[in-house]
Ligand binder design. Structure first.
Ligand code: TRP
Ligand code: SF4
Length: 330
């Protein structure tokens, strides 16, 4: 049987892109527990967040809580999946250290994700040992649970390839098949645009968060970019270049034809179109918003869920580490 592990860095609350890109997929995998998968582990990768947020760790604490609420409110089931906080299972750190001994520097230095981020992110000093070792920590997350399936987006594939290389090297050096080679479970996701038409991302400040309810959500929808050719209500539109239309494709699947037609023929105005979308979004997100409100009222329940998950994860990781120390002769 296969085992699933994935995680998110709690650098921010989760947005619609995270829901549709990752969490919805995790829920499908969770639904296959007992058939395809033995177990699913979904963690909050706070140590990974620290690789870039180390100068401002106070914000992390709150984001960890927010992401935990996001996980549960979007319908991950703690009775099925094991939900936990990475830093609460110290075995990840030990495995990270042991794997770092056998990981050649060159593997990490040529990691495309690393090179890209060094180029792109100028406002933080990422020339640290921890940031370079990001994939070693990620491999530890996966290998501590001997996970075979890792649901991730395309950008994470280099990290998975590195995890497989570490597995091969470990098995070669210690002559034992301790770890299976983890495979990706690529998320086939709709590309979710942000309010400005670029990819939805925290760093662009264009995200709609799962925690955006009521007036906040409405305002974001109303402020979203539409087809600039529609200066007046009488101008015909081009839904294919309109961000609101791309949301209709997600939230109004039965009505996209109508929306597109009425837009092209100038039979609907953008304000009405946005109100229409807002209505559909509100109903689709209502269960998430309701669950969030409940969870916010009951912090003790949230801590209990995380504590139960942590204990389960820790037990598993401890067994793995015992085996690792043993084959290494430590
Ligand atoms: N690096 C992943 C991301 O940024 C998050 C992550 C941390 C992760 N540990 C993991 C994903 C282990 C899969 C498996 O999205
Ligand atoms: Fe976009 Fe709707 Fe306006 Fe057309 S009518 S441009 S789809 S918001």
């Amino acid at each position: 049987m296969e085992r699933v592990l994935s995680g998110t860095r709690p650098t921010d609350r989760l947005h619609l892109g995270n829901l549709l890109g990752a969490i919805e997929n995790w829920k499908i995998l969770e639904g296959q527990i007992g058939k395809v998968f033995d177990e699913c582990f979904f963690m909050i990768a706070d140590w990974h967040a620290l690789t870039s947020e180390y100068e401002n760790p106070q914000a992390l604490k709150n984001n960890i809580r927010e992401v935990a609420i996001d996980y549960l409110s979007s319908g991950l089931d703690p009775n099925k999946s094991t939900l936990f906080i990475q830093s609460h299972v110290k075995e990840h750190a030990e495995l990270h250290l042991l794997l770092s001994m056998l990981t050649p520097l060159a593997w990490l230095e040529r990691n495309p994700t690393y090179k890209e981020q060094l180029q792109e992110i100028k406002e933080k000093d990422l020339k640290t040992y921890g940031f370079l070792g990001y994939p070693v920590l990620q491999a530890s997350d996966i290998l501590a649970y001997k996970a075979t399936r890792v649901p991730v987006g395309l950008d994470q594939l280099p990290h998975l390839e590195l995890a497989r290389e570490m597995v091969r090297r470990f098995n070669f050096i210690y002559k034992k098949e301790v770890f299976p080679e983890p495979q990706s479970a690529l998320t086939k996701t709709p590309k979710v645009l942000g309010m400005d038409g670029r990819k939805m991302s925290k760093s662009y400040g264009n995200a709609i968060y799962l925690s955006d309810t009521g007036e906040v959500l409405k305002k974001k929808v109303m402020n979203t970019l539409t087809d600039p050719a529609r200066v007046t209500r009488k101008d015909k539109g081009h839904p294919e270049i309109c961000t609101i239309y791309s949301y209709h494709e997600i939230f109004s699947p039965a009505e996209t034809q109508t929306v597109a037609h009425e837009c092209r023929e100038a039979l609907r105005g953008c304000t009405d179109c946005k109100m229409h979308l807002f209505g559909n979004m509100k109903s689709r997100l209502a269960p998430i918003h309701e669950k969030r409100a409940e969870l916010e009222k009951n912090p003790r329940h949230l801590s209990e869920v995380l504590e139960t998950g942590t204990q389960k994860a820790r037990k598993f990781a401890q067994d793995t580490l015992t085996e690792v120390r043993d084959v290494m002769g430590l």
